[in-house]
Every structure is written in C-alpha cells, then in structure tokens.
Design a protein around this ligand. Structure first.
Ligand code: HEC
Length: 459
C-alpha cells in the first residue's frame, strides 16, 4: 500500500517535467544488453547509494539485483525520481551531479521491455563495488560514535552524542566525513568541535557517550560531561561536520576550510535525528578525519538568508491554507565573494526554489533552481568551480510553498495556517513548522577563483 502511494506521489511530482530539448533526439540503443549498455549506467548513477551501507533500501550490485527490480527501475528512472537530483541541470552545475540523459532513460526502457537480457559478461564492473568507506580515500583517523540501539517502532528519536580523542599534538584537519552505520535511519547529524586546553580537563575520557533527548530541547548538553575542570564549557567550533540524507562529505582545496583540533578534543553530535525504524537496529556512526600539514590560508564565511538569517522573508512566512504562495529573500553583497556551496532548506510545503544574483549592471548570475522541491533530498550543492559574485550584486532567493490539499506531503487535511517557529534556532522539524532558508558558504574573492576546481575526490 505504502509503495503504491509512493509511486503515485512520484507521478504527481515528476510527471511531465522532462525537459523537451533533448527529447526529439532518438538515439537510444534499441536492443541494449546489460553488460554493455546498462551496467555502466547503474554503476555510475545508482550503486553509489544502492550498495551495502550506501543508504538506499536495497542493493544494485549484480545483474540479478537489477533484473529483479527491472520494472520499478524503468518506472523510477522514467519519472526522474531516481537518481535523486532535485537541482535543474539546465540551470547550473554542481560537484557529484547525478542525472540521466533522455537517451540513457530510453535505453533502460528498451532493455526492460526486451526482457532484461544479460549480455555475455555481466557483473564485470558491479563485482568491484565495495561497501561504502569514504569519498576521499583512506582517512587518517576514524572515530566511532557511541552505539545507539533503535528498536522497531513508529517514532522519531533524537540524541546528543560525543566522541573524544587524544593526539600527540595539535593538528590541522582538512575535512571530517560522516559515515552513518544506519544510513537509512539517520536523518540528520550536525557535529561541533570542542578543543580543550591541554590539562584543563583532568578526567578527559575518550569513550563515546550519548544521551537521548526526549523533551525537544536540542542544545542541552547535560550528561555529556563537556565542562573543563573550572566548570566552563570551552568554545565550540560549529558545524565541522554535517549529514542529511544523500549528502556526501565536502572537501575543499588545500588551505580552505581547514581547522585545528587540539591534542584533546571532542566532537559533539547535536540533535542527531533517526527516523522510525522498521526493525531493531544498532547504529555505530563513524567519523573519518583527514589531517593536513597545510594550515588554513583563506577563511570560509557562511551567509544565511531567510529563517533566522540576515535577510527578511517577504511576505513573512505565514502560509495561508489552500494557497500557493511565493516568498522571497534578498541580500546585497558588500564585497566580491566566491561561492563554494549552497544549501537550500524548506520543509513539507516547499514546492520550488530559485536563487540567482543580479549584478549592478543588471546581468543575472544563475545559482540554483529546484523546480520540484523534495524535502527528502536536502543536498549541499558545491559548485564545480568557485562562483564569483561581484560587490553590489543582489542575491535573490524565491521559494514557492504549496499549502493546498494537492500537495501530497501537506501534514494537514484539510490544510491549516503554517508558519515558522523561532524556538530552538527555528530548526524544528515539527510538521506545523515551515522554514525558508538559504545557506551560502563563501570566500572573499581572489583573482582567478573562477578557475579553481572544487571537484576533489581524493585527498
Ligand atoms: C543519493 C542516493 C541514491 C542514488 C544515487 C540512487 N538511489 Fe534509488 N533510492 C535511494 C533511496 C534512499 C531510496 C528510498 C527512497 C525512499 O524510500 O524515500 C531509493 C529508492 C529506489 C527505488 C525504490 C522506489 C520505490 O518506489 O520503491 C528504486 C527502484 C531505485 N531507488 C532505483 C534507483 C536507480 C535505478 C538509480 C540509478 C539510476 C538510483 N536508484 C539511484 C537512494 C538513491
């Protein structure tokens, strides 16, 4: 039943949204076979998630796996529901973009229609797929978070977790990558760094700890034993690691985004959110830490527009029932900047979002367009090359919210007034709350930034 609903949502959301520019060109393979034509598509676009601990509910790591699901695969690719990539690839391009061409989609349809023939030598590529370890090669240090037991049941659960480490000396960290043990269940992880002055905490203990949050208070660190001996909580470095479904870790060029960890440090997972689990499960989330000898040479800035941010939402985010409403937020850039990554964020009523910059001379710089918002895929979008936005430009973000009963994700039937709640940093995921936020990670512009590639796959 659930599945049927799912597919009909997908039809509602994705039906008719194929771009028409490519569709007149019919150069798909008419008689495709798995080994030659299908396997490379699956390997490139599907197995990064559809493999052991890749986050998808089943694996596609052999001919038989794919054949068994052939009909559904034909459907979800035709609808462009898979691979998930909500950003419009005609508008702007990002690292790790996954998008099937119409030719590839038609090839898959033909293959399934013809009975999914294997070809002579299937599995040559898929046999090489390994369980997920890292996107950036071998980590220098792996820390295991506390193991968390989730039992079968229909509730969301929230935790605070802490892991600590002691090193021979202070070190520069280029990136921390999170590897959830239960990717299908983890909805959110936001990690802060706490650096201790050496010797300031005599009972410094590296065993992981976790506490469950039951009252909705996200920033209550009681029970995590974070204080130094003098009773003071050392300063935290916020958001050194983040996870949302589908998000891959981000690593920037050397010297950018690097931060220091002290000899004694802790990573605190704030508001770690697990969705309801269909079965008993234990999560041991790993943190892959990548050190570098190169100290930071450029500071990263974060600009948050919209909810809790530097720019107001016009009109305010009070979404009347039975309406589709457009809201915008704008920010004038006071100096030349280079954008690295953007992260649009809305909840269940989100319908579409578009962000662009208007230069002082009137030209438009395209940032991102998400024609069909899907709250399940909240990616961080890193540009392939840094994107320069000149001083005096206005960054404008427009978001459309659908508070009608045609929106299959509307939490209310009949629809009700939905607004934003500012408690807990406004980051609550209660169904009654909506958000409109656009987070920009940037650098002060330097000559030549537009040529700097951000496609980093190995440290
Ligand atoms: C970014 C990770 C990711 C990629 C890439 C990806 N999938 Fe998925 N896939 C998922 C997740 C997660 C689900 C479960 C979705 C849900 O339940 O909301 C899923 C679900 C599915 C389903 C079941 C849909 C249903 O209605 O039951 C199929 C079939 C599928 N994927 C096929 C594919 C194919 C084919 C590709 C490549 C062309 C692909 N996926 C690429 C993560 C991914």
């Amino acid at each position: 039943m659930k599945k049927l609903l799912y597919i009909s949502f997908a039809i509602f959301l994705f039906g008719g949204c194929n771009n028409q520019t490519e569709s007149n060109v019919v150069n798909e393979i008419i008689n495709p076979v798995f080994d030659k034509h299908i396997e490379p598509i699956i390997f490139e676009n599907c197995t990064p998630c559809h493999r052991e601990n890749g986050g998808a509910p089943f694996v596609l790591t052999s001919y038989n796996d794919v054949k068994k699901k052939a009909k559904t695969i034909a459907k979800v690719t035709q609808l462009r529901f898979m691979p998930p990539w909500p950003a419009d690839v005609e508008y702007s391009h990002f690292v790790g973009e996954r998008h099937l061409t119409n030719t590839q989609i038609n090839t898959i349809q033909n293959w399934v229609k013809n009975g999914a023939p294997s070809g002579e030598n299937p599995n040559l590529i898929l046999n090489q797929v390994k369980p997920f370890v890292s996107n950036f090669g071998k980590p220098d240090l792996v820390l295991n978070m506390d193991s968390i037991e989730l039992s079968a049941g229909d509730i969301d659960r929230f935790f605070l977790t802490k892991v600590s480490a002691e090193l021979p000396n202070n070190k520069w960290v280029r990136a921390i990558e999170i590897v959830p043990g239960q990717r299908q269940l983890m909805h959110h992880f936001n990690g802060h760094l706490i650096n201790y002055d050496y010797g300031s905490k005599t009972n410094f203990n590296t065993s992981p700890i976790s506490v469950e949050i039951t009252n909705g208070v996200m920033d209550n660190s009681d029970g995590l034993d974070l204080m130094s001996d003098n009773g003071i909580l050392p300063q935290r470095v916020h958001s050194v690691v983040n996870y949302l479904p589908g998000v891959q870790g981000t690593m920037y060029p050397t010297g950018i985004g690097t931060f220091q960890v002290n000899k004694q440090f802790s990573i605190v997972g704030n508001d770690v959110h697990y969705g309801p689990s269909p079965k008993d499960a234990v999560d041991v989330t790993k943190l892959n830490i990548f050190f570098t000898e190169i100290p930071p040479n450029r500071g990263i800035g974060e600009l948050m527009l919209g909810t809790n941010g530097v720019s107001e939402i016009i009109p305010p985010l009070q979404i009347q029932p039975n309406t589709i409403s457009m809201h915008r937020t704008e920010f004038k850039v006071p100096e030349d900047i280079s954008i690295l990554t953007v992260n649009p964020h809305m909840h269940l009523l989100g319908k579409s979002l578009k962000a662009y910059a208007l230069k002082p001379n009137g030209d438009t710089i395209k940032i991102i367009s998400i024609p069909k918002w899907d709250f399940r895929w909240q990616f961080f979008y890193t540009f392939k090359k840094m994107l320069k936005i000149p001083k005096g430009s206005i960054i404008r973000v427009e978001a459309v919210f659908d508070n009608t009963s045609n929106n299959p994700f509307n939490p209310f039937d009949p629809p009700q007034l939905v607004g934003q709640r500012m408690e807990y940093g406004g980051s609550s995921m209660r169904a009654t709350d909506e958000m409109f936020q656009f987070i920009i990670t940037y650098l002060g512009y330097q000559n030549g930034d537009e040529n700097v590639s951000l496609e980093i796959t190995e440290k």
